[in-house]
Design a binder for this molecule. Structure first.
Ligand SMILES: [Ca+2]
Ligand SMILES: [Ca+2]
Length: 138
């Protein structure tokens, strides 16, 4: 070991390592599990880690960076009606990962209403109690 006049060694200083065995926290506050949504959908969430690397939302195979925000508006009119899983993934600098998911149903199609017995009623003079049968599909 080489010593100079000040008795300093030229040994390498120890590298400072941050130990982080704590998994990040992630919570989707809205929408609710199973909620049926049309139009703009406000997704609200919280995430935390002391050594946060990043946070993402994944919806229909599209990944959005939400590291610095707690709310994200999804335009569901760009999606085909159906079920979608919203996944909030939070990663810290030590590689600890947590996933939080909520499944929603996107529905931007108006229900269809048709009158089943309209032929019977067509042009009829209606008096008293008339039963009108409707077929509603959605
Ligand atoms: Ca951590
Ligand atoms: Ca509908």
């Amino acid at each position: 070991m080489a010593l100079d006049e000040a008795a300093n060694t030229n040994a390498t200083l120890p590298t400072i390592v941050t130990l982080d065995n704590m998994t990040p926290t992630a919570k989707i506050l809205a929408p609710d599990e199973g909620q049926i949504i049309g139009g703009p959908c406000s997704i609200s969430f919280r995430h935390y880690d002391a050594n946060l690397k990043n946070a993402t939302l994944r919806i229909a195979a599209v990944v959005y960076n939400v590291t610095d925000v707690t709310e994200f508006t999804l335009d569901t009119t760009e999606l085909i009606d159906g079920n979608y899983t919203i996944t909030l993934t939070v990663i810290d600098n030590a590689g600890n990962v947590v996933d939080e998911t909520v499944t929603i149903t996107v529905d931007n199609t108006d229900p269809e209403v048709s009158m089943i017995n309209s032929a019977d009623l067509n042009g009829a003079e209606l008096t008293g109690i008339v039963v009108i049968e409707l077929n509603v599909s959605d």
